[in-house]
Design a protein. Structure first.
Length: 123
């Protein structure tokens, strides 16, 4: 017999659910965090973000070469990461260099990869 992974009876902990609902209403960042994870759910953007955890900064041409994309495509993805506050850039002459916005972004990406390694190891 297959084990069911849903409650078999309705049972709501009113205190706990009220507490969590209150915190969700107080924290007005849920939409922005959702956008952040949606941005990283794109394979190319995740490759770019991961590459930027391995190097402090990369120019758009390097990013394009790393992910196997045109500079226009890489630039589009980098701009998207920048608009969401995940990346920043600086211009040096005719070159544009991108880096992750801060250490929190780097940690988030490292944690995601560490988690996936653990899941893969567990089988």
């Amino acid at each position: 017999m297959k084990e069911r992974d849903v409650c078999e009876v309705a049972c709501v902990d009113s205190e706990k659910t009220a507490r969590v609902q209150e915190q969700l209403q107080k924290n007005n960042h849920v939409l922005e965090v959702t956008k952040l994870f949606k941005a990283l759910s794109d394979e190319t953007r995740m490759k770019i973000a991961y590459a930027l955890t391995l190097e402090d900064e990369l120019c758009v041409c390097d990013v394009a070469h790393i992910v196997g994309a045109t500079t226009a495509t890489a630039s589009h993805h980098l701009r998207h990461l920048k608009n969401l506050g995940l990346a920043k850039y600086r211009k040096e002459g005719k070159l544009v260099y991108y880096s992750l916005d801060d250490d929190h972004v780097k940690q988030l990406i490292h944690i995601a990869f560490e988690h996936q390694e653990e899941v893969t190891t567990r089988g």
